[in-house]
Design a protein around this ligand. Structure first.
Ligand code: SF4
Length: 337
């Protein structure tokens, strides 16, 4: 347990947490929406500092980041908890755990241990992922600083609900982020996620302003966010606010958690989303969760030749030379390409 950062003490022992856009006002003895930050006698504590619930050595492609040091390994960690409540959460067993149980499970680790494990595994980066890194910000921040001292990069896989202050704080150590843009209506965010779209859009732009490499992911759910209009709106937002070189991952939904009555996304829907993204001007649009269907490959936006061939998270061919297409010399967007 560690005293939280970025909160204010209020009258009557209450506190206001300013870490994410939920801005919880928390009474003594209570926790915030994420259920991992608790007010004890007027002091806010993070209950998940160093409580690692998951750690894996993942290919960077799994984040997914397709334009950031391809084929490298990323030491990936999480604690329990999340500041959102997505009905379709794929990791609900750990993200929603503290909302239903009083205990905080996890293996005790220090930032130094995480960095050492990452180095021993030959990883180029540490990813704060699986649940929402914002809710274990203090631990992520301390780990990211030590990782940077050791020459490791840092990656957030995030729902984009972090507020401006903590983002400014960690930005000097944060190299890349995959940010969910789950839909493009306030209704979707209100009814399915318990959050506000406008806050996510502001945060995405702020990540870009801070110079962090960004890739966007949208999980396409049949009947909920798969209309041409909504997909066009997302693509157009990315083009206008982040630029045409920003990769967009349109991923297949599978029935899970509280959305078990909706079928998996047809591959044709992903193809339609990809076509819409390309028509809007995006140069790199990928179909996710459908290995072997061809939509995961990186294609040169100028000559249309294959640059990187993928099967799921595995790269079977990488033709990029010195960051450029070997056939026409066009520069490929990204870092460490
Ligand atoms: S981090 Fe948790 S306690 Fe803080 S504002 Fe977000 S949901 Fe509330």
């Amino acid at each position: 347990m560690k005293e939280a950062i970025l909160y204010e003490k209020k009258e009557g022992g209450k506190v206001k947490c300013r870490l994410c856009a939920q801005y919880c006002a928390i009474s003594p003895g209570k926790r915030g929406i994420c259920a991992v930050r608790e007010n004890r006698d007027g002091t806010l504590y993070s209950l998940v500092y160093g409580k690692v619930i998951a750690r894996h050595i993942d290919p960077i492609e799994k984040k997914p980041l397709f334009h950031f040091h391809p084929e490298s390994r990323s030491y990936s960690i999480a604690t329990v908890g999340c500041n959102l409540r997505c009905l379709h959460c794929q990791n609900y067993d750990i993200s929603q755990y503290p909302k239903q149980h009083p205990d905080i499970p996890g293996e005790d680790m220090t930032p130094e241990q995480v960095v050492r494990e990452a180095e021993l595994a030959g990883c180029k980066s540490i990813s704060y992922t699986y649940t929402e890194p914002t809710i274990f910000f203090e631990f992520a921040y301390d780990t990211a600083r030590r990782a940077r001292e050791s020459g490791l990069r840092n990656i957030f896989v995030t729902n984009g609900y972090i507020s401006k202050k903590p983002l400014e704080l960690i930005a000097p150590f944060l190299d890349a982020a995959n940010i969910d843009l789950k839909a493009f209506t306030e209704e979707f965010y209100r009814d399915n996620v318990h959050a506000r779209l406008s806050e996510v859009l502001d945060s995405i732009v702020e990540h870009r302003k801070q110079g962090i490499w960004i890739e966007i992911t949208t999980l396409i759910i049949p009947g909920m966010n798969d209309s041409d209009e909504e997909l066009k709106a997302i693509a157009s937002y990315i083009v206008t606010n982040l630029g045409t070189d920003t990769p967009w991952h349109v991923s297949q939904f599978h029935p899970t958690y509280k959305l078990t009555d909706i079928r998996s996304t047809p591959v044709e829907t992903l193809r339609r989303a990809r076509d819409i993204g390309k028509a809007a001007g995006l140069r790199y649009v990928y179909e996710g969760n459908v290995p072997g269907k061809g939509g995961e490959n990186t294609i040169c936006p100028s000559c249309s030749n294959l640059l990187i061939g993928r099967f799921g998270f595995l790269i079977d061919r990488n033709r990029i030379r010195n960051g450029t297409c070997p056939d026409c010399g066009t520069a490929v967007a990204g870092i460490g390409m």
